[in-house]
Design a protein around this ligand. Structure first.
Ligand SMILES: N[C@@H](CCC(=O)N[C@@H](CS)C(=O)NCC(=O)O)C(=O)O
Length: 235
């Protein structure tokens, strides 16, 4: 049996991708349950409490007797077990703080296409989505990107080595470039872009990105390319 089982919806990167990147960089032995033939059924069973009572939504990770959810919590857990986290407590807390802030950013990206309810499709909430996306592009995107940029005083976000937080920052750059190519291009963040390249060049990450385990972005995940939600080309 594998050391880790990741329970996440099939067919999308979504929040599961933040977990996959840490497992892949660590070279961990894991099963992406959602991509197995009975995966969808097993995810529904997990959400029904079958593997533990504390989980409400994917991603969920099982490691032996340990079952946990919440993306930043999972990436911290795996990162700390595999040397992808600072060794000292202040560093660990700083990495967790940044990871939780990135989770907030992910929520805000999600809300650009689902500003009213997750129970209805984007197509049913387009006017609100347009307003929400404008506010996100104008204020929130520059604020979060600026936050990551100013945390980069060295090669990595916390301490002297790559941590799970850097892998999350990589995914943010990839996602924002996919979903908001024009708005993202307008924000200056040379250090964050250099971090993205350093992460992409890590051997296990490079191998993962070239594999069929790395799903392409699509319009079912968190980062969706709806050109009408990006800046217009003139601005
Ligand atoms: N704060 C949670 C959010 C989890 C979440 O919203 N998961 C989505 C998929 S990315 C889901 O399927 N949610 C179902 C639900 O909330 O009922 C995290 O960061 O993991």
């Amino acid at each position: 049996m594998s050391s880790y089982e990741l329970f996440y919806w099939p067919g999308i990167q979504g929040r599961g991708e933040f977990v996959r990147l840490v497992l892949e960089d660590a070279g961990a032995d894991y099963v992406d349950v959602g991509r197995k033939p009975d995966g969808y059924k097993r995810i529904l069973a997990a959400l029904n409490g079958e593997i533990g009572p504390h989980v409400l939504a994917p991603p969920i990770l099982r490691a032996g007797d340990v079952v946990l959810a919440q993306t930043a919590n999972i990436t911290r857990f795996v990162g700390e077990r595999h040397g992808l986290a600072p060794a000292d407590e202040p560093g660990r807390l700083a990495a967790a703080t940044i990871a939780l802030t990135i989770a907030d950013l992910v929520d805000e990206v999600h809300d650009t296409h689902h500003p009213i309810t997750v129970a209805e499709a984007y197509e049913k909430q387009k006017p609100a989505a347009a307003e929400r996306a404008r506010a996100f592009r104008d204020k929130r995107l520059p604020k979060y990107v600026g936050y990551l940029e100013r945390n980069l005083t060295g090669d990595w976000l916390v301490g002297g080595a790559c941590s799970y937080t850097d892998l999350a920052a990589f995914q943010i750059v990839e996602g924002l470039r996919y979903a908001f190519p024009r708005a993202f291009a307008q924000v200056s963040c040379p250090k964050l872009l250099a971090l993205r390249d350093r992460v992409a060049a890590r051997p296990n990450i490079a191998a993962y990105l070239a594999s069929d385990r790395r799903l392409p972005f699509n319009e079912h995940g968190i980062f969706r390319r709806y050109p009408e939600l990006d800046s217009s080309s003139e601005t």
